[in-house]
Ligand binder design. Sequence first.
Ligand code: DON
Length: 553
Amino acid sequence: MRNRNFVRFLLVTVVAAVLACAPAMAAQAPHAMVVSESAQATQAGLEILKKGGNAVDAAAAVALALGVTNAGSCGLGGGGFMLIYMARQGQFFALDFRETAPKAATADMYIRNGHPNERLAVVGPLAVGVPGQVAGIRDALKRFGTMTFQQVAAPAIKLARDGFPITSLLAGEIAHNRNYIAAEPEFAKVFLRPDGSAPPADTVIRQPELARTLERLGNRPAENFYHGEIAREIASYIKSQGGIITTDDLSDYRAVWREPLHRAFQGNEVYVMPPPSSGGVLLEMLGMLEPGHLPGLGLNSPPYLARLAEVMRQGFIDRALYADPAFVHVPLQVLLSPKHIDEARRRALHHNTLAPRIAPAHDHGTSNFCVVDKDGNVVALTTTINTAFGAKMMVPKLGVVLNDEMDDFAVAPNVPNVYRLQGAKANEIAPGKRPLSSMTPIIVVSHGRPIMTTGGSGGPTILTGVLQVTLNILDFHLGPEQAVTTPRIHEQASPDIIFAEAAIPEPTRRALSEMGYKLKVVPHLGAVNAITIEAGNLHGAFDPRKGGGVAGY
Ligand code: DON
């Protein structure tokens, strides 16, 4: 008995200590704010804002710092999307620095003996797309930044050189990929302990090669990364492993400025990334829900979740038409027209479902963050190397972890990728093409002024997570903390199942089953962070599902 009491006392003490140490998941500030999936990366952004940098400078600093602290999720070897609102112009800008397929890539490059081998698109040299991260950060800074690359890279360089205690997220990713990491001595030297075991959370790790690479980028990061010595080191390492990315692929890489998509919702205007993001699907789903008087159904009530699931399914059916607009005509005018959205809403009736045999891939690649500066500029940025530790390869001398973004293409018609998304013709592989993405950073304005920004990580659950958090804020008037914490569902048409977080109460799940839906209970679905914006009151929260940091001044 005394023993049991002692154990209980210990448990209570440990839980209290953990809660006391855990950073607050929400913060309020009058002028400027950063929320990201890392406490240190958030501080990097705040440091830049306090030094007088604007939201774009701070976003560059956060992205570079995340590449160090969340090295399993994003970094110089990956790419992303950046949605920017510049207050002075009152305009939105979308920067696409998504990876591209190498010039030698072909639609059938993963077919072996007549059969698709999807594994080749996930692990190893053929999985790697030409990285876009450095070009994206350079172009954003060049157009809107006020600081040099070395100024915004300084916090990341310090973190990489001096080290930082790893989170349980990174510790878990390392443990999960230990065998891949152990296969490459330089990779192992950074992420494993000397005895080859995976380090536990809070172990301090250092990335001296990555620090050096960030320094070598100087103030001409794109020239230095895509041309010259660094490009040669990347290409020769990939070639030595049997990959096909060449120095030509690197020198031809360009980030692309695009016109954001937008649509009215409840008197607001929602801005999203255009293709090759599938952000348009989010607009379509919002459009289908708009006349629905959702608050009347009740937040997370069975009829509300059923309606969401039906709308999500329709959205994902149309997602098959999205792809790189340089290669495929994406019929946005049709997809986002009131007529199509009305028809999609009518089609959004429940039909018989397949057996729930598949869970969404449990993966932690990708990182989203949002920044608001004192002048009202806003950046929402999602960046990724795709699955945790990307292609499971690190360029040894550079400390750069390489992405496995090729898996976001259709590996072969109707072959599902790691996120169980079915391969569609529009998204087949071609040289220089960008793979379709679910990454959906968004900014919402009301009467011409930003009122909220959000985005997430978690493959296709990004679209449905961002949808639910946006509805929680705009329709249910929740603060960001509750908006991101509220349990979520996910439905992506194939498999035709409602994935429900375990935190959705059992009676609600039972009611959905009784309505005829097939449910699969999962621990959690992606991670979404958000900031709500009012004059003199910024309110941000990160997602406790994944952890992070939020800070402002
Ligand atoms: O661009 C995409 O849609 C994927 N590469 C995102 C991957 C992701 O979010 C992994 N997450 N946990």
